[in-house]
Design a protein around this ligand. Structure first.
Ligand code: PMP
Length: 429
């Protein structure tokens, strides 16, 4: 289909493991080789052969305003002209921290880092340093980046590969992580009854978005808040996907539940490599140089990344209509797609919230990782490839989210629904 992509893949494979710099890009679970991308604008990307696709990956989340959004590009160019990195503080870092603290409930101080993974591992170290305890509870199917202790029953690329764990993770690192089924408040209660005084933190994706999109059941997040508080453990919201996507006040504002620590990435960097962690002042003051928990980074708070992030967050803050529209567009897509599959007699659960969504090819609502794994991944591959042939790029895995951006139009969605109708009606689908 794309000769140039094939050629580039052959080149890349020789010198990059699997030809890609992040596993899910390999397209392995949908039985093909990756497309190499040459440029993007708004809701569209073009591959190396010049073929255009409507893009529902959107760099896996950062690009809520669409590709090459002009105020972001302008801010990046302006910042780059003044120097790409100093290794000394800048005004933009203070402005970014002020903005995040003013927008996210419970965040009184924030530290910038360079990826979601780095933000998570820093927050975990801080939770352990603050509580003097070692155990961390995570939920099955949640992905929190590739820190050793988080590669236990993780979602995202690991779910696709069907590998519960990674080689190279020590038994000790895995043993300090306890896992619980998502949405299983009772299970969490039992874990705390057994290990409560050893648990430093519970980390959760407030909306599960790495086993496909799985919503928290009513009261689930509040129960996590209550249990952690009772046992003196910290609650960490991993808002790498939900942060500034569910709304300008993130999942914490959306659900009205405040975590002790929150982790960010993606949107906060406007498409540049950024992560951040923040929270209660009393906890954040334990971070070096104020406190004994060490964490540092050569490119942390990088001026170009801050410029892209600030341009993105300021646009979102001044344009609440963007969230209203995304919610409407997302809800319309989910309802219409569900109707199409229903009429075609295809078992599917179309789930999501706001601009996040997943078409699960399984019967009934998906509430946790075990249920997500019952999906017909072969049918998903046919769905993915059917869309790709029609110029639509969605995540090449059953266990990832579809991302809408402010650049997607009603007619983009109508076109996609028309394609889904054709695909679902195909013999053998
Ligand atoms: N947490 C969540 C919820 C994520 O979705 C991701 C990445 N998709 C990460 C952490 C890790 O972020 P990064 O890829 O920037 O290291």
């Amino acid at each position: 289909m794309s000769d140039k992509s094939q050629e580039l893949f052959a080149r890349a494979e020789k010198v990059i493991p699997g030809g890609v710099n992040s596993p899910v890009r390999a397209f392995g679970s949908v039985g093909r080789t990756p497309l190499f991308i040459n440029r993007a604008k708004g809701a569209y990307i073009w591959d190396a052969d010049g073929q255009r696709y409507t893009d529902y990956i959107c760099s896996w989340g950062p690009l809520i305003l669409g590709h090459a959004f002009e105020p972001v590009v302008e801010a990046v160019v302006k910042a780059a002209e003044k120097g790409t990195s100093y290794g000394l503080p800048t005004e933009a870092e203070a402005e970014m921290a002020e903005l995040v603290c003013s927008l996210v409930p419970g965040v009184e101080m924030v530290r910038m880092v360079s990826s979601g993974t780095e933000a998570v591992l820093s927050a975990l170290r801080l939770a352990r340093g603050f509580t003097g305890r070692e155990l961390i509870v995570k939920f099955e199917g949640c992905y929190h980046g590739h820190a050793d202790s988080m590669l236990v029953k993780a979602g995202s690329g690991l779910a696709t590969a069907g590998r519960p764990d990674s080689a190279g993770v020590t038994k000790a690192a895995a043993a300090s992580t306890l896992t619980c089924a998502y949405n299983d408040a009772e299970g969490l209660r039992k874990i705390f009854e057994l290990h409560g005084d050893g648990i430093a933190a519970v980390i959760v994706e407030p909306v599960g978005a790495n086993m496909g999109v799985v919503l928290p059941e009513e009261g689930f997040l509040l129960t996590l808040r209550d249990i952690t508080k009772r046992y003196g453990a910290l609650l960490i919201f991993d808002e790498v996907i939900t942060g500034f996507r569910l709304g300008i006040h993130c999942a914490a504002g959306f659900y009205g539940v405040t975590a002790d620590l929150s982790v960010f990435g993606k949107i906060i960097g406007g498409g540049l490599p950024v992560g951040a962690y923040g929270g209660r002042r009393g906890v954040m003051e334990r971070v070096a140089p104020l406190g004994p928990v060490y964490q540092a980074g050569t490119l942390s708070g990088n001026p170009i990344a801050m410029a892209a992030g600030l341009a993105t967050l300021k646009t979102l803050k001044s344009r609440p209509d963007i969230y209203t529209r995304l919610e409407k567009l997302g809800a319309y897509f989910r309802k219409s797609a569900a109707n199409i599959f229903d009429k075609a007699g295809v078992p599917a659960s179309v789930q999501g919230l706001s601009s996040l969504g997943t078409v699960f090819f399984a019967k009934g609502e998906i509430k946790n990782y075990d249920k997500a794994k019952t999906c017909d991944t072969k049918r998903f591959a046919r769905y993915f490839n059917g869309l790709l042939e029609r110029g639509i790029m969605t995540a090449p895995s059953q266990f990832e989210a579809m991302f809408l951006s402010a650049a997607h139009t009603e007619s983009d969605i109508e076109y996609m629904l028309g394609c889904i109708k054709e695909i679902a009606a195909r013999k053998g689908f």
